[in-house]
Design a protein around this ligand. Sequence first.
Ligand code: FPP
Length: 216
Amino acid sequence: MIMDGNGRWAKARLLPRSAGYPAGVKTLERLIEAVFELDIPYLTIFAFSTENQGRPSEEIDGIVKLIPKYFKKALPNFLKKKCSIRIIGDRNYFSNNIREIIASAENQTAAFKDRAFTIALNYGARAEIVRAVNCAIEKGNPLSETEFASCLDTAGIPDPDIIIRTGGEHRLSNFLLYQAAYAELFFIPDLWPDFNKKRLHEILEEYGKRNRRFGK
Ligand code: FPP
C-alpha cells in the first residue's frame, strides 16, 4: 500500500501538510481492521521512503513522531491477532529509542507465521537491491532467484499480489521494485486519509476479474 495524498488532504482543509499524517494513521488502522476481517495474510505499507529524508524537517518530524505512538497503540492488537510485525528499510536513520521500540515489536511477534504486517521505514527498493547484491557477493556463489530473494529485506514474505497507490499518481516511487514483477497495480484518485473499506472491497472485486498469466 502506497499511502499517498496526506499532505494534499491537509492542505485542502487549510491545515499544515503534517496534519495529514495523523489522519493517515487513522486510515491505516481502519485498513488493518479490514485486512484482518478479510483474512488477508500479508500487508506491507510504505510509511517513509529514503527519498522522504529530503523533505522539510517539520514534515519528517510529523511522520517520525507517529512511529512510537503507533507501535504502543497497535502492538496489543497484533499480539491478539497473532500477526507478526516486520520493518523493512534502513533503520539506522532513526533514534535509538525508535529502533528499540521497533525491535521489541518485531521480537514479541516473531513467532507468528500465518500473518505479517510489514512497515517500510526509510525504505527504498534500489537501496534494498544493492544491499541484497552485496549479501549475494558475500555468499560467494551464483545465486538462484529464490536464494537472491532471501537476501532482500522482504525475505520470507511472498511477492505482493496487489499494489495500491492512492493520491492519483501512476508510479511505484521505489517501492518493492523487485517484488512487484507480477503484482496487479491499482492507482486510485482518493487521497490516503479518504481511503476506506468500500474502496478496498471494490479493488478486491476488480482484482478477482483480472486474468493473471505470469507471462504464460
Ligand atoms: C506520502 O504522502 C506519504 C508519506 C510520505 C508517508 C505516509 C505515512 C503515514 C500515513 C503514517 C505512517 C505510519 C506509521 C505507522 C508511522 P504525502 O504527504 O507526500 O502526499 P502528497 O502527495 O499529498 O504530498
